[in-house]
Each structure stands twice: as C-alpha cells, then as structure tokens.
Design a protein around this ligand. Structure first.
Ligand code: PMP
Length: 439
C-alpha cells in the first residue's frame, strides 16, 4: 500500500488554476483542460534554449537544473544538424532498409552486455515500459509486478497501474505491489538485504492473491522516489530474489541512462547486475522523441509468435540520426567523465553547505543526478514539502530551474545537462547557500 503522504508527481509545484492572471495560462487551460501540467504557480513563457540555459520571453536566462532530456545541452548543434539533414533526405517507417537505422542500433548495442542484443525502438518511455511488461508476462506466464512506492513508469493503461506516483485516489490493483524505496530510513544500514527481503515478501503477497510475479520493475536510480544510488551494488540481492521466483528484472533507464550517473553508462551497471529487459527514453534523442526496449532475442521470439509489434514512428531514420549524434557526442565530449567529475564536485559542495543547515537531511545520488532531502529543522526524518516548494520558488527568483521528487515531494532533484561547467555548478551552489541562509 502507498503511504498517505505520497504526492502525485505531476501535482508537485503545479500552476495555480485559481489565478490564471496571465492570458497564456488561461489559453493553455482552455486547450488542454484538466490535463494541463504547467510548472510553477506562476508559469514561465520560454522562447529559446542553449546548453544548460533557457531564455524566457522577458529576456531572463534560467540555469536549467531540471530537464534531463537535453543531455548534451539544449538545441545541441550536432543533433540539430543530424536531424535536419536526415529529415531533408528521408524519413519513413522501419519497413525499408535504411542503413542509418542499423548503424544506430549497432552503436546502441555496444553499450549493453550480452545477452541484451535485440532492440525495439518506440517513441516514448511509456510505450517502452508497456512492451517490457508484456514481454515479461508472456515469458513468465505471470502477471504480478513489484515496483517502488513513488515510482513513475509512464502513462499507458498498463504502465499507469505500476506507477503509484501517477495515481491520485485509486488504489493499486491486486497484481501490483509497491515496496518502500531503497533508503536507509526504511532499511537501516543494510539496504541490499532489507530491500531484497521486501521483494521476497511482495512475491509471497502476490502468491497469496493467486498471482505469479512477472517482474521486478525498477528505475535504476529511483528518480521519482527521491534518488537512491548508494551503496553501489545494493540491487544485486533483490535481482537474485526475483530470478529465483521465476520473475524477470526490468531496468527502467529512462531517467538515469545515457551516462548521467557518471560512474556508468547505464544505472544498472552500478549494481553489477544484468537485467532481462532494459527500457530507455528521455535523453536518447536529446529532445527528439525516441525511446526503446533492449532485451534478449528469446523474449521477442516468444512474444512475436503470438502478437505483432509495429510502431509507425519508432526507429525512424530521423530518430536514428538524433540517437547516433547523442551517442557520438557523449563519447567525443567525454560527457560521462564530466558527469562524474562535476557531479562529485557539486555533491561535495552541497554536502558542505548542508552540514551547516538544519533544513537538510541527506544529499544523495551519483554523477549529475542528485537528490537533497529537505526536512523540518532538527528532525531529519520529517520531510518538509512546504519549505521544498518555497525553495523551488526561491531558486526561480535566482534564475535557476529545479524540481522535487519523493513520497512527500520534499527531495530537491538535480539533473542538469551533462555538459555542465564548474562555473555553472558554482552558480547553483551559491544560490543554494543564499536560499538556505534566507529561510
Ligand atoms: N520511466 C521513467 C523512470 C520516467 O521518468 C518516465 C517519464 N517521466 C517514463 C518512464 C515515461 O516516459 P515518457 O514520458 O517518455 O512516456
């Protein structure tokens, strides 16, 4: 069961519907109605972006610590050129041989360990997770899924059921068990063992309901749960548990993937495990919509014997061009190293400031994916979503964009582009200190 304090991820820092003083907010509301998701109580109108910076209509330049999609930086010239050239030449579905598509698939596959040698390209992370779940059900004959309490895995009907953070009032269905994220708060000092035991009891709980576990589906850095990366290797035991029960391990790399954690290209590699299925998305095309599933040929053989899978836009040549540019740039610009070096620098700086503040609990994370727990003064176990929200607004006043995650919405989530520089990291650290001094 979810905790009472769990806040739907899309509701965090949502705009204020009661005061659409700005005509553009009213316009958006009229167009997208209740599904509107604008950020900030007073939303920002953006006009352009470059590198780690976004520019608003009023000329304000914002340092973007929120958006993990433009991993190379906004409007990256290599991606713009690759996409424009391919779009001007040929764009079609995957029913024809177009070498750039296979060039991309082969380049992508070099980043994965054996036996993960088949790729299905999709257009969104949701579609990728939807297919991953279907592959797992087909292979195992089970239909149970184990996820974490504030997980988000996407928006299809199937995937929403395994995304507790997307559910506002609805209870999880019987075939889904949500377990606490791998935090010290829940599991004490032996996270690996505590988390594995919880997976074991979830499998037993499913069995009691007459449901066989199909998969353990985990975001490799537990992004919406509040960012849990430490200690390395803590997932290994849990993966053994699901495998022993005949279930699969699906690694959702939509957020941590593509070198962001600095120590590895894929988040699961920090745990010394090989998933059965990996799902990818967000940074894959640096903003060009593309996603995918990487898996063992056997699972696709089994699935496709029964049902066809075709995705009109998935894996089109323009997506392949974008994806190839992303892989090349990550390598050529040593962005994984930059994520590690700048991430370590940022984390050490944050920790130093946090040590002097009663509002900060833990600083966690790996590379350029960090989480900062905001707590009630002098009680590290008491999350403080109100102060977190106030800090997000104060960061905005300092021209910095940042969001929150976690069950209570009280973990600041940092995910700047992998090209972040030291001076940009320093700007963030200065603002963080100033904001804490002012609280
Ligand atoms: N998995 C994770 C971990 C995500 O964060 C998201 C998107 N926030 C998704 C899957 C779904 O991706 P998309 O929005 O591209 O469908």
């Amino acid at each position: 069961m979810m905790e009472k304090s769990v806040r739907p991820i899309l509701e965090m820092n949502a705009f204020d519907k009661q005061s659409p003083h700005n005509t553009n907010v009213a316009r958006r509301l009229a167009n997208t109605g209740a599904s509107s998701v604008l950020f900030y109580r007073d939303p920002i109108e953006m006009v352009s972006a470059e590198g780690v910076w976004m520019t608003a209509k009023d000329g304000t330049r914002y340092l973007d610590f929120y958006n993990n999609v433009p991993c190379l930086g906004h409007s990256h010239p290599a991606v713009v050129a690759a996409v424009s050239q391919q779009l001007a030449k040929l764009n079609t579905n995957t029913r024809y041989i177009v070498p750039i598509v296979d060039d991309y698939l082969e380049a992508l596959k070099t980043t994965f360990p054996e036996p993960l040698s088949n790729v299905v390209l999709t257009c969104s992370g949701s579609e990728a997770n939807d297919l991953a779940m279907r592959l797992a059900c087909k292979h195992t004959g089970g239909e149970g899924f184990i996820v974490t309490e504030s997980a988000y895995h996407g928006n299809t009907s199937l995937v929403t059921q395994v995304s507790p953070s997307a559910l506002k009032n609805t209870k999880l269905p019987d075939h889904v068990i949500a377990i606490p994220p791998p935090s010290k708060k829940y599991y004490g000092s032996n996270i690996a063992q505590g988390f594995a035991e919880r997976v074991e009891s979830a499998i037993a709980q499913l069995e009691q309901r007459g449901i066989k576990a199909a998969a353990l589906l985990l975001d490799s850095i537990f992004s919406s749960d509040g960012v849990f990366a430490e200690p390395d290797g803590f997932l290994k035991q849990a993966v053994e548990v699901i495998h022993n029960a005949g279930g699969l391990y699906i690694a959702d790399e939509v957020q941590p993937g593509f070198a962001r954690t600095g120590t590895a290209f894929w988040g699961f590699q920090n745990h010394d495990v090989v998933p059965d299925i990996v799902t990818l998305g967000k940074p894959m095309g640096n903003g060009f919509p593309m996603a995918g599933v990487v898996t063992k040929p056997q699972f696709l053989d089994e699935f496709c014997a029964d049902v066809g899978y075709f995705n009109t836009f998935g894996g089109n040549p323009v997506a392949a061009a974008a994806g190839l540019a992303v892989l090349n740039e990550i390598k050529n610009q040593n962005l994984q190293d930059n994520a590690r070096i700048l991430g370590d620098y940022l984390k050490a700086g944050l920790q130093k400031i946090a040590d002097l503040s009663p509002h900060i609990g833990e600083v966690r994370g790996s590379g350029l994916f960090l989480g900062i727990d905001i707590c009630h003064p002098n009680d590290n176990n008491q999350p403080d979503p109100e102060v977190t929200l106030a800090m997000i607004d104060k960061f905005r006043d300092e021209n910095i964009l940042i969001g929150a995650a976690g069950a209570a919405g009280a973990t600041l989530k940092l995910r700047p582009a992998l090209c972040l520089t030291k001076s940009e990291a320093d700007l963030f650290l200065q603002a963080f200190k100033k904001i804490l001094d002012d609280i």
